[in-house]
Design a protein around this ligand. Structure first.
Ligand code: FAD
Ligand code: NAD
Length: 336
């Protein structure tokens, strides 16, 4: 049994690790140069990482908690102890007891660990899948490369991109929640800490849940374990703002981020540099219902992702594991 997994984010990695441990042959494909998907940290100057995507994760499921404990023992993740602030036209402390974790030295480290012993083909955008001779599945990449001989295929790419891959399978296509993931503009502001009135770099708020205005989250990246010490703020805009500014230039979004941060912190923000990333598919629209793992009995194709269970890294790990178990059960059923 040879299984193709399209997408090397947390869902694909979790599924691949489970299937490989069960004894399956697994091959993972990702369009990105690096693995990790939305658990993405940008590497700068070949030396340090800036977390542009997922910021941290929490763990509630007992099995996921056990995996996180293993990641802690292997220094793959570390707890990020910050006391949250909330901004709702006023900034105030909002302490809680939540344990939050980050990958070290970058957010993708847990994905790297899950895929350590698995065959991964990066920089490979799969554009088509079809059944070839003797019922085996065939994948075709955008650049013309072909991969064949798969008994089962698991697609873990965002639903809008997955729908392109399942065009030929209408019963599956009609289940795909194409609009469930919403966009997010992410901006890193590097502070000019030589400025005499620089307050932003020593501000006591390290992570802020923003409830009013266009920003949803702001944090000091240098406060996270294993990150570069230079003071930098990361700003995530809301889905509403990001949707309305999909075509706004990065320079304009960065200057809005700088003004919003100054407003939230109620102090001047002087920057020496900025870096923006526009996520087209970032976080789950909570107004839409979550569909669980998608599969049609006619075809050995499964669709899974964080969106199956409501977003978040933990849900991506759970979705990968559940899809893997379904595939394994199907592969081992007596009818095969
Ligand atoms: P993805 O990580 O999206 O993986 C899908 C992979 O498929 C990608 O690597 C992509 O390159 C690849 N792909 C796409 N199309 C193709 C193709 N045709 N061929 C090959 N490969 C393809 N979660 C939290 O728990 N905490 C947070 O703080 C948090 N904040 C977030 C902030 C932002 C800005 C974003 C974007 C997300 C955030 N999330 C957060 C959500 C979290 O990142 C996701 O829940 C999780 O990473 C999803 O993993 P996944 O494997 O399901 O999908
Ligand atoms: P979490 O429990 O720390 O945060 C969940 C949400 O609860 C926060 O976004 C915030 O709005 C609120 N919150 C948490 N602690 C708070 C506090 N002390 N005071 C006030 N509000 C507080 O972590 P999580 O549920 O694991 O989510 C992690 C992050 O992922 C959050 O930033 C969240 O916005 C984001 N998220 C993404 C998705 C997705 O679709 N991928 C879904 C849910 C959450």
């Amino acid at each position: 049994m040879k299984i193709a997994i399209i997408g090397a984010g947390m869902t694909g990695a979790s599924a691949a690790a489970w299937l490989a441990a069960a004894g399956a042959e697994v091959e993972v494909f990702d369009k990105g140069r690096a693995i990790g998907g939305r658990m993405s940290s940008k590497r700068l100057d070949n030396a340090y990482y800036l977390d542009m995507g997922a910021q941290y994760f929490t763990a509630r499921d007992p099995e996921f908690l056990a995996v996180v404990a293993h990641w802690q023992r292997t220094s793959t993740v570390q707890p990020w102890h910050f006391t949250p602030y909330v901004y709702n036209d006023k900034l105030h402390l909002s302490a809680d007891e939540e344990q939050r974790f980050v990958g070290v030295p970058s957010m993708q480290q847990p994905v790297k660990q899950l895929l350590a012993d698995i065959s991964v083909t990066p920089s490979c955008r799969i554009s088509q899948l079809f059944q070839a001779q003797q019922g085996f599945w065939h994948l075709r990449a955008e650049d013309g490369r072909e991969f064949s001989g798969f008994s089962h295929v698991l697609i873990t790419v965002p639903p809008a991109q997955a729908s392109i891959l399942v065009q030929e399978f209408p019963a599956l296509l009609q289940q795909v929640p194409e609009t469930i993931l919403q966009p997010c503009w992410a901006v890193v502001l590097t502070l000019n800490s030589d400025e005499p009135q620089d307050v932003a770099s020593s501000h006591p708020a390290k992570g802020i849940f923003v409830q009013t205005g266009p920003v949803r989250w702001a944090c000091q990246l240098q406060d996270k374990p294993g990150r570069h010490a230079h003071p930098r703020w990361l700003v995530h805009f809301s889905a509403e703002f990001s949707n309305a500014h999909l075509t706004t230039s990065a320079a304009d979004v960065a200057s809005i981020a700088k003004a919003e941060l100054a407003r939230i912190l109620d102090c001047p923000v002087e920057i020496s540099d900025s870096l923006c990333h526009r996520w087209l598919y970032a976080t789950v629209d909570v107004k839409q219902s979550t569909p669980g793992i998608l599969h049609c009995p006619q075809w050995p194709i499964w669709l899974a992702g964080d969106w199956c269970f409501g977003g978040r890294i933990e849900n991506a790990w759970l979705a990968g594991r559940q899809a893997a178990q379904q595939i394994w059960q199907n592969a081992c059923s007596p009818a095969k």
